[in-house]
Design a protein around this ligand. Sequence first.
Ligand code: IPM
Ligand code: MG
Length: 368
Amino acid sequence: MKTYKIALLDGDGIGPELMVEAVKVMKLVAERNNVNFELTHTPFGASAWFSHGVSFPDQTKAVCDAADAILKGPIGLSHEESKKIPVDQQPERGALLPLRRRYNTYANFRPVYLPKGLAHFSPLKAEVIGEGIDIMMIRELVGGLYFGKKETGINAQGKRYVAEVLEYDEDQIRAILKVAFETAQKRKKVLHNIHKSNVLKSSVLWNEIVEEEKKNYPDVKVEHILVDAAATYLCLKPTMFDVMVMENMFGDILSDQGGGILGSLGLMPSACIGPDKAYYEPSHGSAPDIAGKNIANPYSMIGSVAMMLEFSFGMVAESRNLWQAMQSVFAKGYSTPDLSKPGAGVKMISTSEFGDLVVSELKAMPKV
Ligand code: IPM
Ligand code: MG
């Protein structure tokens, strides 16, 4: 029997309760597919700082190094609580960015998906959603402003100042573009290149590399669109997009907008792929205000498991089944509180009920 080692980084806030649901599902997947998932929980984020004095402990690094894949819950605290942790140990700077850097997870896949039948979850009108939203946002994840040089100090006028550099070299740009072109080839063969070349030199270089690379993918049609215009069209005409590629900061912002047009960030799983290691995480935060209430939507966490099955373990058919199982739960009229208000026709379910329903839907599907 094949064994896959999976590091489980529960994270903060709603992270642990979402992880419980992901584990439920993984146990069933293992059973159905005759594989062994060796699951190891290990501390990460603000919770790790409070228990171990560091937000990305060495023991967690060791578990992740040895793992075949990493599943990570959201991290972070409320603005006030964060202040209890030294700035450099705060979970975003002290754990998440170092995790991305450690495994060079440059390719971040963020699906923005809502079938026609679930259009009522979206704040957009049904006619805007048409036959459904199905976008793959591809975000560069280890470059740009997030990882560029930073400087703070007092300038010649005696004023506090800050400078952060948006840095990319051509290899980094080419690497993410290749991933995007290849993804477009597997989908509708249209790639929206998101940029801001009317202002940023980084986008000028980015676009030069797009022109060079597109020669290698003659079957893919490239559409260039400025990032601000892309934000507008995501609301006005989301169905015009299929694969979108963008630098790190643009991707952070547009992918949250992606969650917005679906109706909730709770519908946003993601895969973060590096050359040798990948990790999977919901795109949203740790929602400390609703932690422990069993009301958070575990879709993005279970969806991240589905992405792990596909990208890390090549279990493509079972991954599809899992997506289908989640869609079926919604299609039967169930909803988590982030997606609907209580009312006629809405069967409101908790975090754990969603997990249980996904398990029973998946059980009912033929094994692959
Ligand atoms: C995301 C998150 C992170 C980011 C935060 C938590 C640092 O918003 O994954 O989109 O900005 O990349
Ligand atoms: Mg974000």
